[in-house]
Structure formats: C-alpha cells, structure tokens
Write a protein that binds this ligand. Structure first.
Ligand code: BES
Ligand code: ZN
Length: 912
C-alpha cells in the first residue's frame, strides 16, 4: 500500500494528557499555565476593551478564557505539506453554552483564520449550512473572538467550524518542523507537535486551558510516502491518492460500526488497529481479512457528488458486514465449509442489527426484508439446497457462497431472534462468541448457546437460573413448554425450501396446515405429489394479529395441521407479523378477500411490513398456481393510497417486472397497455417527484425508482427533463452537478443518441468515481444499437477502459436490455473458454454471468438452447448447481406466462 494515501482517525475516547513529547505529527494536548484567576463577565463599557487587529473593540480583556462556553468535542483535520512547510486545517468544535453570550473566545496563536461558521443543533439536524461569524483577533493575549449575530442560548449545544492555515513553526513548539538525514545522505522533514503548556493554540484554535478537557477525533492528510502517527491506534481508510475525498463516509461509518459491535458483543475488537483498503481491481464486494479489510472501490468509497442514496446504503451494508466478520468469522470460525452460513448468514444478519442502530435513517430493515424475498425466489425451486450441506471440492466450497448461506441464513436468524426475543437471542450469541473465541464452532454449538435461557441479571447454578422473582430451569420454554432451539432450527437448516402455511378461519377456529411451497409447480402437475412426499416438517414460529387485537399472538406449529381457538370474534387474521418469519401464507376461503378489503378501506390497520408481506405472498402464490393473478393485481389497487414507501416500491416492483417480461417477449398489446396503466395509475406520484437529492433516504429511493420507470416508459415530461439536464451536463464538459439520485436516469436518456453515448464513454474513461462509472456503464448498456453493445463487450474483454472486474455486471446489464439479451447470451456461449481464462467457474462473477444472461428467458426454444449448452459443458466436466437453478427458473417463467397471460391481458382491459 505504499502509494496509497490515508485518512486517519484516532479511534474514539481521546482524553488528552498534559505531557506531550515530540513525535511525528499531532499529539494533541490541552495545556495552560496561566495563573490569573479572574473570569469576568462581559463588561458593557466598550471603552475598557482592548483593540483587535482590525481596530474594533475586542470583547474580552482577561488572559484566561470565559467559562460561558465550553468545548465538548473537537473534530480536527490537518493537512501538513512537508514541501512547502505549511499546513492547512479545519476543525469543528462542539461546544456547550452554559450562559447566554454574544461571543466565543478561543486561543489562537500565529494561525490565519480563513473562515468561521456556527451551526445550532437544529441547523445540524436539518443539515442547514452554518452562519458566517465575524472573527476578531487580539494577538497580545493569543486570543480570537468569534462574534455571533444572535445570542447563543444557555444550555444549548453549537458547532463551530473553523478553516485555518499556518506555516509549520520554527523552533520546538506548537506544530513545528524538524529534519533528519538518512543513512543514504537524504535530508527528510517531519512535522511534530509539542503543546505543553500553551502551544496547542499554535496548531489549532482551541480552549487552551487544562480545565477545558474534551474528546478529539483527528484526521491527518498526508502523502503516500509519509506516515501519520497519533495518540491512538488508528482506524484508517486507504485508497489511491486521487480518491481521498471519497473516503470520509467510510471512515465515519467504520468508526460508528466498530463502536457498535464492541458494545453489542461486549467483546473488544481484539487487534490494535483496523485498516479498510479500497482496491482498484477486486473480484467480489469485499473481504474481511482481520484488521485489514479489502474492498472493491464501490463498496467503500462514497463520492458526495456522484454516489446516490442507494450507493450509500451499499457502502454502509458492506462495512457493517465485514466488520461483523471480525467477530463472526475471524474471532469464531466455523469448523468446515458446510457451515459457512455461520459466517455469512451471521454477518448478513448483523448488518440489520448494527445499521438499524447506527444509521436509523436508512431504515435498513426494509433492505433486509428484500434480501429475504430475494432468496425465497430460489429457495422455492426444487434445485435449492439446505443451508448446511456437505462441500468438499474447491468448486463445491465456492458454491456455498450463495444466497442460501447469506440471505436464508440471515433470515432464519432473524426469525429465531423474533421467536426467542431480542434480549435472549443477543445473550445467546454473546455466549457463543465468548465461549468459542479464537476457536472453531459448528451449528450445534450455536444452538446450545441459544438454548440457555437465563438472562444476564440471573445467577446460574446447576442448570437453573435464579432471578429476583423465581427460579427457572436453564432451558428455554415457550408457552410453558420446554423447547430446544436445535430441534426447531435443524428443520430449517437441514432441509431445503420454504414452507407454506395455509390458514382457514372458521368462526373462532383458526385452522393451520403446512406444506412445502413450490414455485412453478402446480397442484395438478404430475410431479406435485413426489415433491411434497417424504417431506418432513418445519417447526414454524407462527405469529398473527387480528382485526380485534393488534397484539402479536404466537404459536409454534410443529405438526402438519393444527387448530387454534381465537380468543375473540374477528373479521380478519393476518399471519407472519412484520414478515419476520421465513414462510409464505395462503388464506383460504374469504381470507384474501377480507385482507384486500382492509387494504382498500384503511390500509394503516395493517403494519407496513405486513402490507409488504401481503403483496409479496400474493404474487408468490400466483407463481405457485394458488392464487389468480387478478386477485393479486386487485390487491395492488390500494397502492395509490399507500403511505409507506417500501410497500409502494414492493408493489411497483412486481408491476414493473411484468412490463419487462412483456417488453422482452415483444408482446406488444400488453406492453402498451401496461405502460398506459402504470403511467395513468402512478401519474400523480410521478408528477410529484422533483429532480433533486432532497428528502429522506426512502423519499430519495422512491424518486429514483419512479423517474427511472417513467423515463423507461418514455413518459414525455421525464424524457424532456432528463434530456435538458444531459445537454447542460455535456455543455458544461461534465462539470455540472446533476443530483446523484437521478444521475443514472439522466445518463440513460442521454445514452440514446450517438453523440450522448460517445460522450458518456469518454467520460467513463475519465471519471475517478466508481459510483459514477457504474452509472455510466449502466446507461451505455441501455442503448438500442447492437453495434454499441458489442463495442462495450469488446472493451470489457479487453479489460483496459472497462476493467475485467466489471465485465460480469456489464453482461448482466446488457442481458436486461431487450435489444441486448440475445447478444449477451450468444457472446457467453461463443466465448465460454475466454471467460474461464478470466474467472474461475464457480466464482461470483461467473455465476452472475451464467444466471444473468439466461434466467430471464421464458420460451421453450430458449429453454432448449440453454439446456443443450449446459449439457455440452457438463460433458466437459464443468457442473454447477446454478445450471439446474437456471433451467428451473426458465421453466417457471414459461409456465407463468402460459397460465397468466390471458388474465393479465383482460385485467388491463378492465383497468385502463
Ligand atoms: N467473505 C466474503 C468474501 C468472499 C466471497 C470470500 C466469496 C470467498 C468467496 C465477504 O465477507 C462477503 O461476504 N462479501 C460480499 C459483500 C457482502 C456485503 C454481501 C461480496 O463480496 O459480495
Ligand atoms: Zn461475508
């Protein structure tokens, strides 16, 4: 990493001491030896005040600072230049005002203050920029005064931001220069701090007295050939030097998340430092090497100009994931690869827990829920596999890194957490981590740690917990019965697939039945029986709420059928509260109609995640032939009034996917009608969107989705605006800042002309932002001209302008384009051996290429073609699980169309 620059931060809790010895770069301390004890209040008589350098009265005449304003935290950023021998710096001081005042007095010595601004807590909350402050200087006392336009109010916190610069000092105080000679005779310069007793003020404006102790975060900018040292072992982000400005977010997120994990697990991060490194060429998203986590650039770098809110979600997710591995994976490791889900499932589950707390505004639980839905798609095919599975060869081992390990693993853990309660679950995993620290563990070790039901406050002895009120057995009970976590969980990890819970409400009886849920296999299909048979049971933690009770009712369904007695009469029942369970629910008799009626009357009677779950389950049941498409589409009718953005996006996703299927298959009447329906039905909410980055994270996601859809459907106002922004951007030679959330849309519209396309390709080569490059590449791949798509593939194979690491997502994107689907697939077939020269057969990229270029096919001819190709590979000895998954997916698509095309056609005729 010698030619990398670093962004460094001392890792929390920097309580500074008085004694500072000279070391390389800031060691910071707060020092003073002033003896004057007076601490006068503001004196109304200006006549007695000293005169500041600009001739105005300086509002403070004492050597010691007033105590009306005290510092709590300093965020210090220093950039020393060892060639020009000066430094530029900025700081943010969080202060507490103890008594109303009109100014802040700070120490500052020999510093040139360029700018000072003030933000109130409210400004910070609403991201309002700071108010500029007047700065007066009184060198005789080494003080500056910041005059505020409006009085600072007592008991409030404010943030003072100051930009400043200075020469590195001569002599031995403050921030000064020192030189040494190497053995080779080279003279080298270092910059050093020495602060005691009153020299911190030479390095940065501060409350330079011993009473004003505060916490510090320090960032040092330096050249790659230099090293920065500070008080703490440091968390660092490394990237190539030009990308330094994109490292800030990652540093902030990794500090927050590291803190979170240490607290949550109650186990210190065991290494003295942690580096996060953005590698320009990287195959997967990131790798959790202990203390030196490596990332693809787009998984770590966040460019405020071109990274969208979805990019931020991704970066946060990856950092949270890899840091969780420092415990789950590095501290405790699975015994063998068959249990890799203990690493990957747990890291994915911990993303949910940590990001929801550290970045609540991201509402990460909705992203997590989508991950569960994502894996349900493949887990409801017969080609799925159990979470725990033998894996011996390198290929088999690599194949274990799939959605089943990551997403199903995580969703099962989330279900178990919901069943046991967060408190017990957390306690169990801490027990597991502590017990197996620096060792290996297997499934059963986790289950036994989780089975222990004593709480932290309990005293345990001889298999019993002694709490204040009672003594209980040290085993888990559910509704008064003993349950073994292992008995429950092995039904989920050792058999593949997902259960369907069929509910029928008869008065106050609730009849439950479980079966295996199969996507694309209908009950009257000949294979149905065999696929259901010999199927053992799941132990399903069923939850439900009813029209008469919003409380969460619980029942552990361990048999094929069961009947519950509802305590009250109710008009409807909704199972799987908040979609925490890993199962699909089908409501027989009038169940669905009643729920659809509730959605239409007042959808807020159901929780947002219950609404999302209903939309999801309904369309899954359509694929399984259990619900008619009309019914599922009728259910989406309430979406016009949907107040939860994730729920709206869920419904929109299905409708959009139907449009894509029809468009790809060239079924023009339905394509046209669906377009009309979507634009008519969602017009009010599309027209409401602004072309900006304003609003909450989910407002912004909705904006991106809706405008992307609108432009894709050729909605004139959308195309007009995007075209206008694109031309402005081109005219500005790519300098104009387009709001990041609409960037991809603007580029995609711009890419439709040859001039725009060529310009984008040029910019692709120039851009330093991976986030922007991804958006450009996507836009380029939406061109309707095959020769342009071919050019992209050629560039991707060449690996210079378009790096080999991005080839898989390029082929994936081209295959999404109706004009590129055949092209991409032909390319894969014809260049199979060339692809294998670049990627291993079972690697992430290769599996993305295989499924990305085939799994959207939906005709018998295509199925046959893909099958023949896979068979030809198998005879050469390459066999992958993904082949079977793809073939089953295509069969499922064919069936869906056979069954549902007429209803979709009719439903549209009635609805528009
Ligand atoms: N341990 C994996 C990296 C990995 C992937 C190693 C495949 C061996 C084979 C890492 O922790 C990981 O899971 N990375 C993910 C990102 C994550 C946020 C889902 C990836 O690379 O996609
Ligand atoms: Zn991982």
């Amino acid at each position: 990493v010698s030619h990398f620059s670093a962004m460094v931060n001392t890792h929390r809790k920097l309580i500074l001491n008085i004694y500072c010895s000279a070391i390389i770069l800031p060691q910071i301390c707060i020092c003073s030896q002033f003896t004057s004890s007076s601490n006068d209040q503001y004196n109304e008589n200006p006549g007695v005040f000293p005169v500041a350098t600009n001739g105005e009265p300086f509002p403070w005449r004492e050597l010691r600072l007033p105590t009306k304003v005290i510092p709590l935290h300093y965020d210090l950023f220093v950039h020393p230049n060892l060639t020009s021998l000066d430094f530029v710096a900025s700081e943010k001081i969080e202060v507490l005002v103890r008594d109303t005042t009109q100014f802040i007095i700070l120490h500052s010595h020999g510093l040139e203050i360029m700018n000072a601004t003030l933000q109130s807590e409210e400004d910070l909350r609403y991201k309002k920029s700071g108010e500029k402050l007047t700065v007066l200087s009184y060198p005789a006392h080494q003080q500056i005064a910041l005059l505020v336009p409006e009085k600072l109010m007592a008991d409030l916190r404010y943030s003072v931001a100051i930009d400043f610069q200075a020469k590195l000092a001569d002599g031995f105080e403050g921030f000064y220069k020192s030189t040494y000679r190497t053995l080779g005779g080279e003279t080298r310069t270092i910059a050093v701090t020495d602060f005691e007793p009153t020299h911190a003020r030479m390095a940065f404006p501060c409350f330079d007295e011993p009473l004003f102790k505060a916490n510090f975060s320090i960032k040092i900018r330096r050249e790659s050939r230099h090293i920065a040292l500070s008080n703490m072992p440091k968390v660092s982000i490394y990237a190539s030097p030009d990308k330094w400005s994109q490292t800030h977010y990652a540093l902030e997120a990794s500090l927050k998340l590291l803190d979170f994990y240490e607290n949550y697990f109650n186990i210190h991060y065991p290494l003295p430092k942690l580096d996060l490194v953005a590698i320009p060429d990287f195959e997967s998203g990131a790798m959790e090497n202990w203390g030196l986590v490596t990332y693809r650039e787009t998984s770590l770098l966040f460019d405020p100009k071109t990274s969208s809110t979805s990019d931020k979600l991704w970066v946060t997710k990856v950092i949270a994931h890899e840091l969780a591995h420092q415990w789950f994976g590095n501290l405790v490791t699975m015994e063998w690869w068959n249990d890799i889900w203990l690493n990957e499932g747990f890291a994915t589950y911990m993303e949910l827990i940590s990001v929801n707390v550290t970045y609540p505004e991201l509402q990460f639980d909705n992203i997590f829920l989508n991950d569960c839905f994502e894996v349900i798609k493949s887990d409801s095919l017969n080609s799925s596999r159990p979470v725990s599975k033998q894996a011996e060869t390198p290929t088999q081992i690599q194949e274990m890194f799939d959605d089943i390990s990551y997403k199903k693993g995580a969703c099962l853990l989330n279900m178990l957490k919901d069943f046991l309660s967060e408190e017990k679950f957390k306690k169990g995993i801490i027990h597991y981590l502590k017990k197996f620290s620096y060792r290996n563990a297997k499934n059963d070790d986790l289950w036994s740690s989780l089975s222990n039901s004593c709480l932290e406050s309990d005293f345990t002895s001889g298999g019993f917990c002694y709490s204040d009120s009672k003594t209980t057995s040290n085993t888990l009970t559910f509704l008064e019965e003993n349950v073994e976590v292992k008995d429950i969980m092995t039904t989920w990890t050792r058999q593949k697939g997902i259960p369907l819970v069929v509910v029928e409400q008869e008065g106050r009886l609730l009849k439950l039945r479980q079966e295996r849920f199969l996507n694309g296999v209908f009950r009257d299909d000949p294979e149905w029986g065999a696929l259901q048979e010999r199927w053992y049971l799941w132990h399903i933690p069923v939850t439900y709420s009813t029209s008469s009770s919003n409380a969460i009712h619980r029942h552990l369904l361990t048999s094929k059928t069961d009947t519950l007695y509802l305590p009250e009469k109710t008009s409807w029942v909704k199972l799987n509260v908040d979609s925490n369970g890993y199962y699909i629910v089908h409501y027989e008799a009038h169940g669905w109609d009643q729920l659809i009626a509730v959605l239409n009357q007042n959808h807020t009677l159901l929780r947002p995640k219950d609404r999302i779950g209903l939309i999801h389950d309904a369309f899954q049941l359509v694929s399984a032939g259990r619900l008619t498409l009309d019914k599922a589409l009728d259910l989406t009718h309430y979406l016009q009034h949907e107040t939860s953005i994730p729920a709206l996006l869920q419904g929109l996703d299905y409708l959009e996917s139907f449009y894509h299927t029809m468009d790809r298959r060239n079924i023009s009447d339905i394509t046209e009608n669906l377009k009309r329906y979507l634009l008519q039905y969602f017009k009010p909410v599309i027209d409401m969107q602004s072309w900006s980055d304003e609003g909450s994270v989910w407002d912004r996601r909705l904006r991106s989705s809706l405008l992307k859809l609108a432009c894709y459907l050729n909605y004139a106002p959308c195309i007009r605006k995007a075209t206008e922004l694109f031309s402005q951007w081109m005219e500005s030679s790519g300098k104009l800042n387009i709001p990041s959330d609409v960037l991809k849309i603007v580029y995609s519209v711009g890419a439709q002309t040859t001039e725009g396309w060529n310009y984008l390709l040029e910019q692709y080569g120039l851009s330093l932002s991976g986030a922007e490059k991804n958006k450009i590449l996507y836009a380029l791949s939406t061109s309707k001209h095959q020769e342009k798509l071919i050019k992209l593939i050629d560039l991707g194979m060449e690996g210079k302008v378009i790096k080999t690491q991005d080839l898989a997502s390029l082929l994936y994107a081209i295959a999404r384009n109706p004009k590129g689907q055949q092209l991409a697939w032909n390319f894969v077939k014809e260049n199979w051996t060339h692809l294998l020269e670049r990627f291993e057969l079972s690697s992430f990229p290769m599996r993305i290429i295989i499924s990305g270029t085939t799994s959207h096919f939906s005709s018998k001819d295509e199925l046959q073609e893909v099958k023949l190709f896979f068979e030809s590979l198998q005879t050469q000895g390459s066999y992958l699980e993904i082949f079977q998954i793809v073939l089953e997916t295509i069969s499922k698509n064919i069936k869906w169309l056979e069954k549902n095309l007429p209803s979709l056609r009719n439903w549209l005729l009635i609805s528009i």
